[in-house]
Design a protein around this ligand. Structure first.
Ligand code: NAD
Ligand code: WQD
Length: 343
């Protein structure tokens, strides 16, 4: 019998890309646990088209402990869990903090209880560069000082990490890897899988491609007076398929090092790209001028953040394979898939 892996949030943006990498590069039986609260059911069919085989999803809300336990009872033993499931919109979390804390933290607590009860050996947690808050020194590495996060969402990730650290103190025999993603963007090379959230996007990349596709009249650039090389904010964009591959490597690393305990890795390209640079590169790729306008700063934005991901390179053998142009091209291809389906 194949060993089983739970992928919570497997129908979401990063989870779906990771399911592809896991299906192509490991021999696990993959079971996604996703309530579809921020994903569309047809992601499952899209995945099956890319992979040419069935992909299993149990539509379980992880906050519902009896239903979560039923999934564990149905599939145990479980060799590992990759825990993506969480709500991730910064503005939504400001508007609905209690909902965000409940969803992201209760689901994590429930999953950790099951990790212990069902003797799951390997646990991987999706964290975020948002936990660093306002940083004084760049690039940020795993040991950089963490400042006050800028949103309830970011707090849920910082608290999630704290919960995991405490959980791991007495846990011999359980391995846990915390992966801190910087700005995952782009889409699968097939053009069949990409970011398809239920709510209107607020991140730069989907808004860039939506503007180019004529779905919105202009892109607003939030600020041009930051202390950066062109005045716009700098971020560390990283291709979602590179992020997905890191999970395969992290899982292999945990399995090969049974006494590993807790490890934390930044996942970023290490390169800072400004908003205006991203726009200009995108214009070159699509061969047309984008309608954009510089406006006031957006509340809560950091001037610049990018990673030192050498820890992941050294221990996981992970390096970004895909360039900024790959990220933008794939995002554009995905936008065209969405447009062709709507027409
Ligand atoms: P996403 O919203 O596309 O996917 C998350 C999935 O989890 C969705 O399909 C949603 O339906 C599911 N989900 C949420 N709460 C659930 C619950 N209680 N029970 C069952 N399913 C639930 O988000 P994503 O971009 O794929 O992000 C995945 C993880 O990575 C999240 O933990 C997010 O916080 C983290 N992360 C994302 C980014 C980013 O920019 N996308 C950056 C850093 C960290
Ligand atoms: C990128 C840059 C904006 C939209 C978010 C979360 C963070 C993490 C990654 C999950 C910023 C600018 C954006 C627009 C713009 N996610 N921008 N016009 O804020 O760096 O990070 O995703 O963990 O927690 O906060 O990403 O894509 O929203 O913004 O000028 O219409 O683009 O000001 O400088 P951000 P983003």
């Amino acid at each position: 019998m194949k060993k089983r892996l739970f992928v919570t949030g497997g129908m979401g943006y990063i989870g779906s890309h990771t399911l592809i990498e896991l299906a192509e590069h490991t021999d696990y039986e993959l079971i996604s646990l996703d309530s579809f609260q921020n994903s569309v059911p047809h992601v499952q069919q899209r995945l099956e088209r890319v992979l040419g085989r069935k992909i299993l999803n149990e539509a379980v809300d992880l906050c519902d402990m009896p239903r979560l336990e039923a999934a564990f009872q149905k599939y145990a033993p479980i060799e590992g869990i990759i825990h993506f499931a969480a709500l991730k919109s910064v503005p939504d979390s400001v508007a609905n903090p209690v909902f965000y804390y409940r969803n992201n933290l209760v689901s994590l607590l429930n999953v950790l209880e099951c990790v212990e009860k069902y003797q799951v050996k390997n646990f991987i947690f999706s964290s975020s560069c948002a936990i660093y808050g306002e940083v004084a020194k760049l690039p940020v590495f795993e040991g950089s000082i963490q400042n006050m996060p800028q949103s309830p969402y970011a707090h849920t990730k910082q608290m999630g990490e704290r919960i995991i650290q405490d959980f791991m103190v007495q846990k011999n025999g359980i391995n846990c890897i915390i992966l801190r993603y910087f700005n995952p963007v782009g889409a699968h090379v097939s053009g069949l899988i990409g970011e398809e959230p239920l709510n209107k996007p607020t991140n730069l990349l989907p808004l860039l491609t939506r503007t180019a596709a004529g779905l919105q009249t202009e892109l607003l650039v939030f600020g041009s007076d930051y202390p950066t090389r062109d005045g716009s904010c700098i971020r560390d964009y990283v291709h979602v398929s590179d992020i997905a591959q890191a999970h395969v490597l992290a899982l292999k690393y945990a399995v090969q090092n049974p006494k590993m305990g807790l490890e934390v890795f930044n996942l970023g390209s290490g390169e800072g790209v400004s908003v205006l640079e991203a726009i200009h590169t995108f214009q070159e790729i699509i061969g047309k001028t984008l309608n954009y306008r510089i406006v006031e700063r957006r509340a809560g934005d950091l001037a610049a953040i990018y990673s030192d991901s050498s820890h992941a390179a050294k221990h996981l053998g992970w390096r970004c394979q895909r360039s900024l142009a790959d990220m933008l091209e794939s995002a554009w291809k995905w936008q065209q898939t969405l447009a062709s389906e709507q027409s």
